[in-house]
Design a protein around this ligand. Structure first.
Ligand SMILES: N[C@@H](CCC(=O)N[C@@H](CS)C(=O)NCC(=O)O)C(=O)O
Length: 235
């Protein structure tokens, strides 16, 4: 049985999406985990930059094939390791697949992107939380709530990669400040994904703990302040 090298960052939403996909495919036991801790600037180390010049996690190396970007990784894992019973995660049907891609792109470019702009900048450079940015998050949540109207899952009646990806974003919002509660379709759907996705509670439980620890760490000094500190120590 071949191993899949999995470079991840504790408390990172895109890494958790890959982990959930691995569990849904029943291949998570193949993952050889390499933790890269941002708090120690480990993503900027030379060995990691050689693997991924963009220095982001997740990254997988599968039989010599290197890939980063969580959505690309998850599609690859389904294509390579999905058995018949896993095909619904990213089915071959062109239209179904196109709508799954739409939802994944919606998360990448709108839902998670807006949450990132709103929430993570306070950790990156100390910017205060902005009312206007929060409104953009609320608008995106409204979009998701409307996509779920009349749909069991994010795309039709089966759980797909779109559900795993979106559920990680929603969980990240839930553990930081639970304004998601105001969107009834999201609440109903999230509970269903939680019950359906293998190892959801176990994986997300660990994620919550790691995420909170990272947030606490950056409360003392922002990411940029710490990066500058590290740069001065090196010079
Ligand atoms: N769009 C990328 C985002 C990856 C990303 O930004 N990862 C962050 C952690 S959440 C990271 O590795 N940051 C460390 C760095 O940029 O050095 C994906 O979905 O994989």
């Amino acid at each position: 049985m071949s191993v899949i090298d999995f470079y991840y960052l504790p408390g990172s939403p895109p890494c958790i999406f890959v982990e959930l996909t691995g569990a849904a495919l029943g291949i998570d036991h193949r993952f050889r985990y390499h933790s890269k801790d941002m708090r120690r600037n480990e993503t900027l180390e030379e060995d990691f930059i050689k693997i991924n010049p963009q220095h982001t996690a997740p990254v997988i190396i599968d039989e010599g094939f290197t890939l980063w970007e969580s959505r690309a990784i998850c599609k690859y894992l389904v294509a390579k390791y999905g058995k018949e019973e896993h095909k619904n995660l990213y089915p071959a049907d062109i239209k179904t697949r196109a709508v799954i891609d739409q939802r994944l792109d919606f998360d990448l470019g709108t839902l998670y992107a807006r949450f990132y702009e709103y929430y993570y900048w306070q950790i990156i450079d100390g910017s205060p939380l902005s009312e206007n940015r929060f409104k953009m998050v609320q608008e995106a949540l409204g979009f998701l709530n409307s996509f779920l109207e009349g749909n069991k899952f994010a795309v039709g009646s089966n759980m797909t990669l779109a559900d795993l990806n979106l559920a990680v974003t929603i969980e990240t919002m839930r553990i930081t400040d639970n304004y998601v509660q105001q969107y009834p379709n999201i609440v109903r759907w999230f509970e269903l994904v939680k019950r359906t996705a293998p190892k959801f509670d176990e994986i997300l439980g660990k994620f919550g703990k790691d995420h909170s620890e990272a947030i606490e760490y950056y409360k003392e000094a922002t990411f940029m302040e710490r990066a500058e500190q590290a740069r001065l120590e090196k010079s």
